[in-house]
Design a protein around this ligand. Structure first.
Ligand code: FAD
Ligand code: SF4
Ligand code: SF4
Length: 635
């Protein structure tokens, strides 16, 4: 029959069915005869939409269940630690994620159909901060396999892969061409977005697993591909894309035209104490926004304090003075301003710093003076035709004067010395399981495959680590599932109750009528009983505007406290897994659903059905808020 859960936008109803709804929608439903059927409830675990949207593949519902108190920690372990350990099975950087992951998980969160998404990223940040404060470390492997893996690139992808492999007992050596580990986290994202203590703390915790680190070593130059290949049992490539793309227009190679990545790297290395007065940034994505906000933070070289006295370039003074200095930063994009690729929050930040944003204009040429230096950029208004191709609009060309031009239009990899891996497009092509095509002992992940997010690089690394582990153990790599995430394993919980009886091991696993479809099915909001959930406002973190941050210092995003984190986790509807609400027990007219005795209880095994009493009325399935109960063929 029709499910009349409505979305938040449609206005929620407390009815699952409308009056007069009596006709079955599908032949599967026709088995119901009046108030009974030949179907009985089975318990079906599915992947929640949040988890499906997390590129790192975190078991989000799992660690939220720990925070909200459904999944209890072992004796003597704090819930914060239990949740942290569950989360870090997939992603060893919860603190960093809390500051900079744009949280695609929240975009898909089913709770939106009630009133607003769950603040997953905020709870994750809380756990990351709590773990650093408490000094939780990762347990070193108890057994060494004797196998050695080289990890090329010490960014988030490389570090995440080293972490996963080390936990499996393999020796890992990271080769990083720069002086410090972190990749774009350290050299790309402006350091006011990623608190250094959090970045250093989370990297240190991984290295403390016993990982060898060689910084200042570029593979392909200091060590050749062949040498590396011969010295290790397997190699993981996470070299990212380290060069800004420069457009193919006249004048673009003038000495005062640079790539966005080069600009940000200079800032993060402290080599950029100030910038010239007029800066034109060509882009429209997150990198271009970072460039503009850094430029505003630094301020112009000729900036003076409001009282006219010269500046001394301590960070805060420069910033507050530069904001008043008349320094002009213009961001240009070929897209309309409302459709910039950068996130809304980043665009608002740039606007709060008086960055001028001009949409739908395309650069034609960089104008250079007699010394070959850029003095401006010539643009024309543009639009996109019906095939999405960019075309100039009729009308006059115009110039924007510039002392510095920054192109933030994408990055390319540096494949010098690594031509054997180059797929012809300055990237390394992955095969199944992120194995490099044609190189069975080599795996790849992160931006070098396709630039995206930190969480994406971390997700690739976890999958590649499983492939490398299989290779090193000499077993065939497991076939990757359709939904390739870290799934909650109910059997792990059920087995803890297994008891030997007369030489046989019995386990609720055998009796609990349970099916795990997490690897192939996602549970959407229309499969939930949304009316169960009272409207509860999302607990928001304090997110400070950059203009205030630069003037006053401190952190950009203020983490939740423990009470807030628990309250926010309680908003999670536990989509696709029992949330221990008792509805099915209370509403079953046959008293066929019973709570599992306390000493046998496990997460996902909270209730059980007496199939001798069940008449298949499907009331339990209708009132299950989490969509965990499905009517299956039974006796
Ligand atoms: C300006 C900017 C802002 C961003 N903001 C965000 C954000 O807010 N949120 C988000 O989720 N993502 C963001 N990203 C994307 C994110 O930073 C990347 O997706 C992520 O860092 C990719 O990780 P990686 O390990 O693949 O590559 P990288 O982080 O690039 O690390 C690769 C490492 O390999 C090293 N290396 C390269 N070649 C060699 C070699 N031959 N030998 C040895 N070492 C080598 C490099 O020095 C580098 O340290 C941003 C990216 C940029 C550029
Ligand atoms: S890593 Fe990003 S996408 Fe994944 S749970 Fe955290 S915030 Fe969500
Ligand atoms: S309600 Fe909870 S389980 Fe469901 S999608 Fe949102 S965070 Fe995930």
């Amino acid at each position: 029959m029709a499910n009349h859960n409505k979305t938040a936008a449609e206005g929620r109803t407390f009815r699952r069915y409308r009056d007069g709804d009596s006709k079955p929608e599908s032949w599967q439903e026709q088995i119901f005869k009046a108030g009974w059927s030949y179907k009985c409830p089975v318990y079906v675990q599915r992947t929640p939409t949040c988890q499906n949207g997390c590129p790192a593949g975190e078991d989000i519902r799992g660690w939220l269940d720990v925070v909200r108190g459904i999944d209890k920690p072992p004796e003597g372990v704090a819930w914060q630690e239990h949740a942290f350990r569950r989360l870090t099975r997939a992603n060893p950087f919860p603190g960093i994620m809390g500051y900079v992951c744009p949280a695609p998980c929240e975009d898909g969160c089913n709770r939106r159909a009630v009133e607003d998404r769950v603040g997953i990223n905020a709870v994750e940040q809380f756990l990351g901060e709590a773990a650093l404060k408490a000094g939780y470390s990762f347990a070193r492997p108890t057994k060494e396999t004797g196998k050695r893996v080289a990890i090329v690139g010490g960014g988030p992808g490389g570090l995440a892969c080293a972490y996963q492999l080390r936990l499996k007992g393999h020796a890992c050596t990271i080769f990083e061409s720069r002086a410090e580990l972190g990749g774009m986290l350290r050299y790309g994202l402006p350091n006011y977005r990623t608190p250094p203590a959090v970045v250093q703390g989370e990297i240190r915790r991984i290295i403390d697993l016993g990982i060898e680190v060689n910084t200042g070593v570029r593979i392909g130059k200091d060590i050749s591909f062949v040498e590396l290949d011969q010295s290790f049992d397997a190699v993981f490539w996470a070299i990212g894309t380290q060069r800004g793309r420069i457009p193919d227009i006249p004048g673009a190679h003038a000495p005062n035209c640079i790539g966005g990545i080069e600009f940000l790297r200079a800032f993060n290395e402290g080599r950029l104490p100030n910038v010239p007065q007029r800066i034109v940034v060509v882009g429209g994505g997150d990198t271009s926004i970072d460039v503009t906000t850094v430029a505003r933070k630094l301020g112009g070289v000729s900036a003076t304090k409001p009282d006219g006295s010269p500046l001394t370039y301590t960070a805060d003074m420069v910033t507050s003075a530069a904001v008043h200095s008349g320094q002009k930063v213009t961001l240009t994009s070929v897209l309309p301003v409302q459709r910039l690729k950068a996130s809304e929050r980043e665009v608002a930040d740039a606007q709060s710093l008086d960055v001028a944003i001009m949409g739908e204009i395309m650069p034609l040429a960089v104008i250079v003076d007699g010394h070959g230096r850029a003095t401006g950029v010539r643009f024309v208004h543009c639009m996109h035709d019906k095939d999405g191709k960019r075309v100039p609009k009729e009308g006059p060309e115009f110039e924007i004067p510039a002392d510095l031009v920054v192109f933030a239009i994408g990055q390319v990899a540096d494949m010098e010395g690594l031509e054997v891996l180059d797929n012809g497009r300055h990237a390394i092509a992955p095969g199944p399981g992120f194995q490099v095509l044609g190189q069975p002992r080599h795996f790849v992940g992160g931006d070098i495959v396709a630039p995206h997010l930190l969480a994406t690089a971390i997700g690739h690394a976890a999958i590649a680590a499983e492939g490398i582990d299989a290779l090193l153990r000499g077993v065939p790599a497991a076939r990757r599932p359709h939904i390739d995430k870290h799934h909650f394993d109910i059997r792990e919980h059920l087995r803890k109750n297994a008891k030997p009886v007369d030489g046989m091991v019995t386990s609720p696993e055998a009796v609990h009528n349970f099916e795990n479809r997490s690897h192939r099915e996602v549970i959407e909001s229309d499969a939930l009983f949304l009316a169960h959930f009272a409207t509860t406002e999302r607990i928001k973190r304090e997110e400070r505007r950059l203009v205030d941050l630069f003037a006053q210092g401190g952190e950009r995003i203020v983490p939740l406290n423990a009470d807030q984190a628990v309250a926010e986790a309680k908003r999670c509807m536990s989509c696709g897994l029992c949330l221990e609400c008792d509805n099915c027990v209370v509403f079953c007219p046959q008293v066929a659903v019973k709570k599992v005795p306390r000493d046998q209880h496990a997460v996902g095994y909270y209730v059980t059905t007496d199939y001798t009493r069940c008449i298949g009325c499907h009331i339990c399935a209708d009132v299950c808020p989490a969509g965990y109960i499905q009517m299956g063929l039974g006796e």
